[in-house]
Design a protein around this ligand. Structure first.
Ligand code: HEM
Length: 488
């Protein structure tokens, strides 16, 4: 008997033994049978030898499809959805979803932790720090708020403050990043506002079908394509400014974050041409893109909550105004050196960020090695979310959790009390928000400056609604309108 005949007989018996009923349907070809038996043995071997993890429990999930319940709840604020799941499965649980894409993880926000990422984060942090200590932040806030108030005063009817808040944050962040200063109807401002709006809409449009059915990424939906397009527009905006700066770059005349980042790139190059792979032109643009995009959306959404909550609580607004008047008077704008004395306004900001948690799930993170959380295994490459919304809206952590109460952040002398450990809007640890040192003073001073200049009221005759719009992935209030009156 030849070797081929021997193999044929062996396969024949094996298949007949294991799969008697389907035997007749299996082709007689030796190659097909070898492939079939190889595949079956390989799969069985993989299943037998693969590492077993004790994963956190979680809702039922189908292979490829993931947790089907997200199909029905895909429009609800995910912070709330996850909070409900945690009631059933405990504080650490597993759901099957995939995260949204980034620029190949070469940026800061979605970059993999490591030497190259540390370098990029250090460069961006240094640039932000220099902006803060140079005093430029005072000038940018004053310019941005005075232009915003001027533009708002032109409105004769109740208006939605959202575009004006875009104007404030874009002017401060684009000023810091690219040295620009826009007027309200400026063409470039309107263009970038449109792109930022599109990014925000794509991101708040609930879970994408591709998140539930990963293979669908091969045939991207219009929603996913829109998501890519709007991101790319903001990227192109940052890239254009980077290239303009590079053309006119003078190392002894550094005026904004782009100059700072380009200078850092030169330093990296001086240390050795090989290092350039870790900080090339794409990394320069992605650094600026991250700071501009991450900073704008979060700050603007926080201000949207702040204006609503301040307008809905006239007593709180009056207290802010009295504090600002007593510390700064009316002649000059509040500045960095006033911050410590503006405790009540700071408490209002802290409570706005708790009540209106704008990043309910923080930024999705990937584990870089096998690890454990609360005794459960979490394999390398798992996407981990921290439910910041639940931490800051848990009745076990906060008294009168549904009430807007700035006083909870003050001590008996009316000064800011130590930060409660459950106040975590900027995340924590090595990946804590890069912009926190800018965002807190920026938002504090914007609120103080706005209240110093104008009196804000909600649209007359419309019922006050300070509840979150619970139909989206982010946590925003329902659209609202205000009127403003210049303070005399
Ligand atoms: C209200 C304002 C803001 C909020 C609530 C906020 C919130 C957050 C959160 C929750 C994270 C993820 C932290 C973690 O994973 O633990 C984050 C990351 C980040 N934020 Fe912010 N942020 C704000 C403002 C800003 C500003 C003004 C900038 C830029 C100047 C900025 C830039 C970034 C960047 C680059 C990251 C990624 C950091 C990393 O992966 O290492 N953010 N932010």
């Amino acid at each position: 008997m030849t070797l081929t005949e021997l193999l044929e007989n062996f396969y024949d018996e094996l298949i007949r033994f294991i799969l008697d009923d389907v035997y007749k349907y299996i082709p007689k070809s030796l190659i097909t049978r070898s492939l079939l038996i190889g595949a079956v043995t390989g799969t069985l071997g993989y299943l037998f030898f693969k590492k077993r993890y004790r994963l956190p429990p979680g809702p039922f999930a189908l292979p490829l499809i993931g947790s089907p319940q997200f199909l029905s709840s895909s429009k609800e604020n995910l912070g709330r959805v996850f909070h409900k799941i945690s009631k059933k499965y405990g504080p650490v649980f597993t759901v099957y979803l995939v995260q949204k894409p980034s620029y190949n993880g070469q940026d800061i926000a979605f970059g993999r932790y490591g030497t190259a990422w540390k370098l990029r984060r250090k460069i961006a942090s240094r640039g932000i720090r220099l902006f803060m200590v140079s005093g430029a932040i005072n000038i940018k806030i004053e310019q941005a708020v005075s232009e915003t108030v001027r533009a708002m005063m032109m409105e004769t009817e109740p208006f939605d403050p959202m575009p004006f808040l875009y104007f404030t944050t874009v002017n401060i962040l684009a000023g810091m990043c690219f040295g620009t200063s826009y007027k309200y109807k400026d063409k470039e401002f309107l263009h970038i506002m449109g792109s930022l709006q599109a990014v925000a809409e794509s991101m708040s449009g609930g879970i994408l079908i591709e998140d539930i059915l990963p293979p669908m990424r091969l045939f991207p939906s219009k929603k996913l394509l829109d998501f890519y397009k709007s991101f790319d527009e903001v990227f192109q905006y940052a890239d254009k400014h980077m290239k303009d700066h590079r053309r006119n770059f003078q190392p002894d005349n550094i005026s904004d974050l782009t100059d700072n980042v380009l200078l850092a790139q030169k330093e990296v190059e001086t240390e050795g041409k090989d290092n350039m792979a870790e900080f090339n032109d794409l990394h320069v643009t992605l650094t600026l893109f991250d700071v501009f995009l991450a900073g704008n959306d979060t700050s603007r959404q926080t201000l949207y909550w702040a204006v609503l909550l301040i307008a809905a609580h006239p007593d709180i607004q009056t207290k802010i105004q009295q504090e600002v008047d007593s510390v700064c008077g009316r002649e000059r704008y509040p500045c960095m050196s006033d911050r410590e004395k503006l405790s009540y306004t700071d408490a209002v900001l802290h409570e706005v960020m708790r009540y209106g948690t704008v990043t309910p799930l923080g930024v999705p993170r990937n584990t870089s090695c096998d690890t454990t959380i609360a005794g459960y295994d979490v394999p390398e490459g798992t996407t981990v979310f921290i439910n910041q919304w639940a931490i800051m809206n848990d009745p076990d952590n906060w008294q009168d959790v549904d009430k807007f109460k700035p006083e909870r952040f003050l001590d008996e002398d009316g000064k800011m009390a130590p930060k409660p450990e459950n106040w975590l809007p900027f995340g924590a640890g090595r990946r804590v928000c890069l912009g926190e040192p800018l965002a807190k003073p920026e938002l504090h001073l914007i609120i103080a400056s706005l209240c110093q200049r104008v009196h804000i009221s909600l649209e007359p005759g419309v019922p006050v609604n300070i509840k979150a719009k619970d139909d989206q992935i982010v946590n925003l209030p329902n659209p609202y309108k205000i009127t403003i009156k210049e303070r005399n």
